[in-house]
Design a protein around this ligand. Structure first.
Ligand code: ZN
Length: 281
């Protein structure tokens, strides 16, 4: 049996918060605030053998800045990454309220830095469809510049055309088939619609939700149907629909330990696929 806790890992999707945002919002029981400190996460990385983690923005500047500006989100993310420069990287944010040319200029500025390894698009937080023209402009830009794009995809189950549904992601890919793509949360419970897609897939947030619904064996089959060469370890720490923040990593390893992946496959999922995704091997 592979012991997933012991394998050196990259967590390809986590959330951390700037100090001033934590201070201004503490005491209200918010998960991202109470478990968002970089110093606390450093201890978690040591405990669970996480060598590197990718910090995600929200496409909602109210979450990561005190002046609610995407430029400040970026400088805050940069400051967080620079607290642990060998152990953290981050994705660039987008604020769809801004003029698209200003957004592209800002992306140009931050993507030039090593700390920023891609662009995050979060249709659900923005309340805007992934195949809408604003996001399309960004995907066109990323495709041209060969920049990795991560798309949040955990659609409402009963809506085949939710803003982050696979059907809409596929519309975008038809137009920009060469864009380097990462899908977060595996398309939720519409995962079957993403089988065969040319993308990386991280099982942040969704893995324990699948196990609760389908059991370990069927979840294992779903992961194999996506393809071991495309799967990327990620948790969405500290966020989860069914777990407390402190339970997340132990539960992920408990689940994965019961699956049929070989050590080599587990090492690819934990590390090598993520490095390929960010073009580091
Ligand atoms: Zn997330």
């Amino acid at each position: 049996m592979v012991n997933w806790k012991d394998i050196p890992k990259i967590d390809a999707h986590i959330h951390l918060m700037p100090e001033d945002v934590i201070q201004a919002n503490s005491g209200h029981g918010y998960v991202f605030i109470d478990h968002g400190s970089v110093d606390d996460y450093k201890k978690i990385m040591e405990k669970y053998n996480i060598d590197l983690a990718f910090v995600m923005p929200f496409n909602d500047p109210y979450m990561l800045s005190m002046d609610f500006k995407v430029e400040t989100v970026h400088s805050n993310m940069l400051a967080m990454v620079q607290k642990m420069p060998l152990k953290l990287r981050c994705f660039a944010d987008v604020d769809i309220r801004k003029n698209i040319n200003e957004t592209i200029n800002e992306l140009d500025k931050v993507i030039a830095r090593d700390e920023f390894i891609g662009i995050k698009l979060h249709p659900s937080n923005a309340g805007y469809p992934i195949d809408g023209c604003y996001y399309e402009k960004i995907i066109e830009y990323a495709s041209k510049k060969d920049i990795l794009v991560e798309i949040h995809s955990y659609p409402k189950e009963h809506l085949q055309d939710d803003v982050c549904s696979p059907s809409r992601i596929k519309n975008v890919l038809k137009k920009y088939p060469n864009v380097r793509l990462s899908i977060a949360h595996l398309g939720g419970f519409q995962v079957e619609d993403l089988y065969g897609l040319n993308a990386y897939f991280n099982f942040s947030a969704i893995l324990p939700d699948y196990v609760n619904r389908f059991g370990i064996k069927r979840t294992n089959e779903i992961l194999r149907l996506i393809g071991v060469d495309k799967l990327v370890f990620a948790t969405d720490f500290p966020d989860s629909r069914c777990l407390k923040p402190k339970e997340i990593y132990d539960k992920y390893f408990e689940i994965l330990n019961e699956m049929d992946f070989s050590l080599e496959e587990a090492e690819n999922i934990c590390r090598n696929n993520a490095l390929k995704m960010i073009d580091k091997i």
